[in-house]
Design a protein around this ligand. Structure first.
Ligand SMILES: NC(=O)C1=CN([C@@H]2O[C@H](COP(=O)(O)OP(=O)(O)OC[C@H]3O[C@@H](n4cnc5c(N)ncnc54)[C@H](OP(=O)(O)O)[C@@H]3O)[C@@H](O)[C@H]2O)C=CC1
Ligand SMILES: CC(C)(CO)C(=O)C(=O)O
Length: 341
């Protein structure tokens, strides 16, 4: 039997990593699509990448709805979720109803903090793997994926009971850890050399570290009227703001997680230095979503970090200001859209 993987949200990131996993031996990758269903069912995915060249990736099965996936009655080893994380809009954990069996691991490849919780609450017995990627990919047309650069994906089992000070492992922890190692092996076999294995605590640090980048760059671009990454990092006032936001996150993370930040994670100064050198003209994904009129990943990038820190008695004033402003701007825009209908 092959290792069966279903992509839930086969957009830029889901289809890119899916196309690599499909190259690993004895692996069958299927896709649950939404608006790209017809294009993918007819032609599969065309993936272009500076690392892997141009390739076609035909899913074993292409489903147009969660019900269709359920009716296939297949047993999934991994459900790889790579939808945009928008808990204020949809609870995407409902998409997995009827697909999670005793052998299934749920893999969340999404930005943000707290993305695992809706899945843990709905599927308390399932093993959940949490993944953070540094990559740049887009889906310019249905079924066409352009991978631009970077392939780093860090994955760890999500075992939040270990956070509460208890060192008592649960029997299912070993399964999650083994499934995690296996997924990293599959990604490496598919050519992702920088797939990285973490334990629960290590991966949560990686999530906070990525939040430092996303909470600084993404809302600042929208609030500054669409400034690109490099221009923000070289502007005298904006660059001070970015550094201060990143440091606010990097100083909060150890207080929340109860351990010092691992030294291998880059400092705010180093992140800013490499952004200054990024001459690709890139803009943060939140700005691109704002331009398209899409809902923003505000809750997982700003709201959840603020709330998680506040629960521990810590305020994050720079994040809070940006969150309050953008939340209202988004709300006003949604109301304006509705009043036009
Ligand atoms: N793109 C990148 O370079 C990076 C992205 N990330 C993170 O990865 C995650 C995924 O981002 P990205 O791949 O860019 O997003 P995309 O918008 O490209 O892909 C999301 C996909 O999920 C699909 N989807 C959403 N809801 C459903 C549903 N109910 N049923 C079936 N399919 C659904 C969307 O379909 P539809 O087209 O119909 O909306 C879309 O194809 C985000 O959290 C993002 O922040 C992290 C690092 C880099
Ligand atoms: C590239 C980067 C770090 C810019 O903020 C990003 O992750 C995004 O656009 O969402």
């Amino acid at each position: 039997m092959p290792t069966r993987i279903l992509l839930v949200g086969a957009g830029a990131i889901g289809a890119f990593y899916g196309s690599r996993l499909a190259c690993a031996p004895n692996t069958a990758v299927s896709a649950l699509c939404r608006s790209s269903y017809k294009a993918v069912k007819a032609n599969g995915f065309k993936v272009t990448s500076p690392n892997y060249g141009d390739s076609m990736f035909r899913p074993e099965h292409t489903f147009g709805s969660p019900d269709e996936a359920k009716q296939a009655a297949l047993s999934w080893d991994y459900l790889l979720v790579a939808t945009k994380a928008l808990p204020d809009v949809n609870d995407d954990s409902t998409l997995l109803e009827g697909l999670v069996g005793p052998e299934t691991s749920i893999v969340l490849v999404q930005n943000g903090l707290g993305v695992e919780e809706p899945y843990r609450k709905r599927f308390p017995k399932a093993s959940i793997l949490s993944a953070v990627t540094i990559a740049s990919a887009v889906q310019p047309n249905h079924g066409s994926i352009t991978h631009n650069r970077w392939t780093r994906i860090s994955i760890g089992p999500y075992l939040p009971h270990l956070d509460s000070g208890s060192t008592t492992a649960e029997p299912s922890d070993d399964t999650a850890t083994q499934k995690n190692s296996r997924l990293v092996e599959l990604l490496k076999a598919g050519g992702i050399a920088d797939a990285e294995l973490y334990d629960h605590a290590g991966l949560q640090f990686v999530r906070w570290h990525k939040i430092a980048i996303n909470a600084a760059m993404n809302p600042s671009s929208v609030l500054s009227g669409g400034t690109g990454n490099q221009e923000m990092s070289t502007d005298p006032e904006l660059s001070r703001h970015l550094l201060a936001v990143m440091n606010e996150v990097l100083e909060t993370a150890p207080k929340v997680l109860g351990k010092p930040l691992p030294p291998k994670l880059a400092s705010a100064e180093r992140i800013l230095g490499s952004t200054k050198k990024n001459s690709s003209g890139s803009k943060p994904s939140m700005q691109i979503d704002w331009e398209k009129g899409n809902r923003l990943e505000l809750e997982v990038i700003l709201g959840n970090p603020i709330r998680i820190a506040r629960d521990k008695g810590i305020e994050m004033p720079r994040l809070q200001s940006m969150y309050a402003l953008l939340r209202k701007a988004q709300e006003n825009r949604e109301q304006a859209k509705e009043s036009k209908l």
